[in-house]
Design a binder for this molecule. Structure first.
Ligand code: PBG
Length: 325
């Protein structure tokens, strides 16, 4: 026998000890479930690139939220799939109180006041250009977009949103939205800023879900360059000054270093968006029998939490919650 004073394996010798020394654990209450809303009744359409995830009409979404609440999922991030003929340059449909999104939000909140409803602020689901901002001569304009975004956020707050999620990456949007909400009596509505949102190929399946792929070009003049780290600190500093309540990093898995960086340098809660492409890759490989999808899911979520995100937006939320039952 070698005389070793430190034997780290002692702390791994059985499940009970491993539980005692466990540093991180993903809890159902840490998760936010993104949901895709479509027009119609009793409608559930498949998203080819996201097995197990569907676009749901309002009635079915109400049922889905009810069953998720029973599983301990408290928070839902709702995205609308808008009919093409309702899209225009200025995302006018985003302000239509009788339209799909705002009217459904209102009903969801009415039926489930205990559910935390998060909404998305960006022009892309409603934009005929498929961009997050207002396009003029092939350019995505910043300041002109802010006016539209703040009206959108206000309309969502009026419909009952608890957390506003600006995902557009325009400069100054958190401040403008905070001001608008406060000036209209919505100082209790939170802002989860997409602080460090990278121009990522991992959003592909989401754009299929919402049919929101940009009609030209890419999103590189507003979303961040995946090569950059320090720029995330600039964005986070601005979001803190402008009044964000949560800082989000997106995507999650290829950006664990950014999650850790923000966690170590900021005191606001850190969220991470485990995006559509990250979900799809697991599902595709699991369907082929190449990986154990359930174990990989749990390991991925744990890695995001370990990196420093206390909140995880993930399409795995429901199946994770079911696996805990
Ligand atoms: C749109 C938006 C996107 C996502 C959330 N909000 C896509 C994009 O920026 O093109 C991506 C989410 C995902 O991939 O799961 N502003």
């Amino acid at each position: 026998m070698i005389n070793l004073p430190q034997r780290p394996r002692r702390n791994r010798k059985n499940q009970a000890i491993r539980n005692l020394v466990k540093e991180n654990e993903v809890m159902v209450g840490d998760l936010i479930l993104p949901l895709f809303l479509i027009d119609g009744k009793n409608k559930k359409t498949q998203i080819n690139s996201m097995p197990g995830i569907y676009r749901l009409s309002k009635d079915l979404m109400l049922k889905e939220i009810e069953s998720c609440l029973k599983l301990g999922i408290t928070t839902f991030d709702i995205f609308p799939n808008i009919n093409d003929q309702l899209k225009d340059k200025k995302a006018t449909e985003s302000l239509n109180k009788k339209g799909l999104y705002l009217s459904s939000l209102k009903e969801i909140k009415k039926q489930f006041p205990e559910a935390v409803i998060m909404t998305d602020v960006a022009m892309d689901p409603y934009s005929s250009d498929g961009h997050d901002g207002l396009v003029k001569n092939g350019e995505v304009l910043n300041d002109e977009t802010l006016d539209i975004l703040s009206k959108m956020a206000l309309a969502q707050a009026e419909a009952g949103a608890d957390i506003i999620g600006p995902s557009d990456m325009m400069d100054g949007r958190v401040g403008v939205i905070r001001n608008t909400l406060d000036n209209h009596g919505y100082s209790n509505v939170s802002i989860m800023s997409y602080t460090a949102k990278y121009a990522s190929a991992f959003y592909g399946p989401f754009r299929e879900a919402l049919q929101s792929t940009p009609k030209f070009g890419d999103k590189k003049t507003y979303q961040m360059n995946p090569a950059n780290t320090r720029e995330a600190v600039i964005e986070a500093n601005l979001d803190v000054i402008e009044g964000a309540d949560f800082l989000m990093v997106k995507p999650a898995l290829s950006y664990l270093d950014i999650i850790k960086l923000l966690k170590d340098n900021f005191n606001l809660p850190i969220a991470a968006y485990n995006v559509s492409g990250e979900y799809s890759m697991v599902k595709a490989a699991a369907a082929k029998g190449w990986i154990d999808g359930d174990k990989i899911r749990d390991e991925i979520l744990l890695s995001i939490k370990r990196a420093g995100a206390s909140i995880i937006l993930t399409y795995f939320a429901k199946e994770f919650a079911l696996s805990k039952k």
